[in-house]
Ligand binder design. Structure first.
Ligand code: GUN
Length: 171
């Protein structure tokens, strides 16, 4: 567990190493946010990290979205997810799917990627399996710009929950 005070005292590489998993495979967000310390609390730190993500160009945002594994996808079945992703997918019950559910996830993942050009992103820890499947089906026909914006918003929620896991609760 980390305190805000100890995070604020870290140099850039140590800060990036400590928080570098908040955004999937994208430690550049922490690295570029470091100069804006000191951070007053978790909400402030999260807001600054999200500001870095929002200020990045569309190409880097697309890379960030594409760094996410499919839900119940190939990497999950091969146990090749990051520790954070493994926990998130398990919390939604995606590690305990029936054959039929797995086939439905595969069908929707494939259809979504084919139509939108990036993987479906939802904060798995805030949604149960049935809500995720319903959202996949519903969002599949949304305009790409809307889905791009939704994906970034979900990534912010994922990062906030990951940050909460790392930080000491304020006393
Ligand atoms: N892909 C779609 N949703 C999620 C999520 O909540 N966590 C991770 N790691 N990948 C995702």
């Amino acid at each position: 567990m980390l305190s805000l005070a100890s995070l604020n005292a870290l140099d850039r590489p140590a800060f990036t190493a400590a928080l570098g998993h908040l955004f999937e495979h994208s430690p550049w967000i922490e690295e570029e946010t470091w100069p804006r310390r000191p951070f007053l609390d978790a909400t402030h730190l999260h807001a600054e990290l999200c500001a870095t993500m929002r200020a990045a160009g569309r190409a880097r945002q697309l890379e960030l979205i594409r760094a996410h594994p499919d839900l119940a996808g190939r990497l999950a079945r091969q146990n090749a997810l990051t520790a954070e992703s493994t926990r998130e997918q398990a919390s939604a019950g995606l590690d305990r799917l029936t054959e039929a559910e797995l086939a439905e996830f595969q069908r929707l993942n494939t259809a979504y990627l084919a139509r939108l050009g990036f993987p479906f992103i939802i904060c798995a820890r805030l949604n149960a399996k049935s809500a995720i499947l319903a959202a996949m089906q519903a969002r599949l026909s949304n305009p790409p710009d809307l889905e791009f914006a939704t994906a970034l918003g979900e990534i912010e929620k994922i990062a906030r929950l990951r940050l909460n896991d790392l930080l000491e609760k304020p006393t």
